[in-house]
Design a protein around this ligand. Structure first.
Ligand SMILES: [Ca+2]
Length: 389
């Protein structure tokens, strides 16, 4: 829509600065589950964002720049990785109930299990393209903007339809990840139900078809979470995740988790993605106040197909050095292990947030078989402080 310049009144422009800073310290001991081999790691992740949002009538422009650095301490040596990105550069136009957003933008669908902003990761996710959204429909056509791992020739498009208690999404992903063209169609439905005043049930189920590496894709995934208030300020919950895996000569059944906000989905320690997995979590969530939350959680993890790999939170096969966690014979079984974690988060005054957590991962027979030698537990802890203007 053209802006009539002769009527332009700069006093009508609303200017909102975007200013954020975050620091997280992490420590991970025996990511390789081998106490005899030195790989204990410390990380300091620093991230700053600075930008501007300008609005006038139904027109909004946003530009946000991000600087992310990761300092690493390892027995083998120390390092620093720096990424600077233009995280957002978009214009949106609101016409009635419909909003059109064009450019590089933060983008997520529903519960963010398939496409999300991934703010836990220091780099985070941003896509670029067009999004059209009204009360019930969303349409998007995007390519890669800012991603922790680049995705070659990615085209991500889709449509979602929202009803009162559930949302259906159809997503088409086309890329060229390993020099082999692939196309994945994902049909997903997610929703939340209130069986009664004290409990909440949420679910998602997704089916995938298409082709990859010369094979046809037939994959699916599901998540279900049931939570119940068992005492004032205390919720007990159970969470189940399944995602198909495995392949034959003609069919690839490994679910593609797409570009999720993957943190804390299958355990706080982020060892595992929504891919070739069967997992169950049980936990207790305690809310001492409206601004804080303390949680104790237990997660049990098994491979869906024991001949397929153990995939990490980012979607790649877990590995230590050149050794992949994969046993095509299936002899190592399906038992990945169990995780126990405790975490606390709080919203403080003046725009500050704080969270801290720790966990221990007890490897199962599959992980021990691949690692060999004398196996031990993996432990993880973090402390994070954030600030937003
Ligand atoms: Ca070790």
């Amino acid at each position: 829509m053209p802006i009539p310049l002769d009527n332009f009144d700069s006093r009508d422009i609303q200017i909102k600065p975007v200013l954020e800073f975050r620091a997280r310290y992490e420590r991970r001991i025996d990511a390789d589950f081998q106490p005899d081999r030195g790989d204990n790691r410390s990380n300091l992740l620093l991230r700053g964002r600075v930008g501007l949002q300008l609005s006038k009538d139904g027109l909004t422009g946003r530009i946000v720049y991000q600087h992310a650095s990761s300092l690493t301490w390892l027995p083998a040596g120390n390092g620093i990785a720096i990424r600077s990105d233009l995280l957002e550069a978009n214009v949106s136009f609101k016409n009635g109930a419909t909003t059109y957003t064009l450019g590089r933008q933060r983008f997520g669908l529903g519960n963010r299990r398939l496409i999300g902003e991934l703010d836990w990761n220091n780099i985070a996710n941003a896509f670029e393209g067009l999004k059209v959204e009204d009360r019930t429909w969303t349409f998007f056509l995007m390519r890669a903007g800012v991603l922790p791992t680049p995705s070659k020739n990615l085209v991500l498009s889709g449509i979602t339809f929202k009803r009162a208690s559930n949302t259906t999404a159809f997503i088409i992903k086309v890329d060229d990840a390993k020099g082999v063209a692939q196309t994945r169609y994902t049909l997903s439905n997610e929703g939340t139900l209130k069986p009664n005043a004290k409990s909440t049930l949420s679910y998602q189920i997704g089916f995938q078809a298409g082709h990859q590496d010369g094979k046809s894709v037939q994959a699916w995934a599901a998540n279900g979470r049931y939570g119940m208030d068992i005492a004032p300020k205390v919720e007990a919950y159970g969470d189940v995740n399944i995602a198909s895996g495995g392949s034959s000569n003609r069919v690839n059944s490994t679910f593609d988790q797409l570009y999720p906000t993957g943190h804390d989905r299958l355990g706080l320690m982020d060892t595992t993605g929504w891919k070739n997995i069967i997992s169950a979590t049980a936990g207790l969530k305690f809310k001492p106040s409206a601004n804080s939350s303390l949680r104790l959680s237990y997660t049990w993890l098994q491979l869906y197909d024991k001949r397929d790999a153990w995939y990490g939170v980012g979607g790649a096969i877990n590995a230590f050095g050149a050794t992949l966690y994969r046993d095509p014979t299936g002899n190592a079984g399906r038992d990945i292990g169990q995780e126990i974690s405790l975490d606390y988060s709080s919203t403080l005054a003046n725009g500050f947030t704080m969270s801290t957590g720790a966990g221990v991962f007890l490897p199962g027979r599959f992980v021990k078989s691949i690692g060999g030698g004398r196996s031990g537990n993996q432990t993880f802890g973090y402390f994070m402080l954030g600030w937003k203007f």
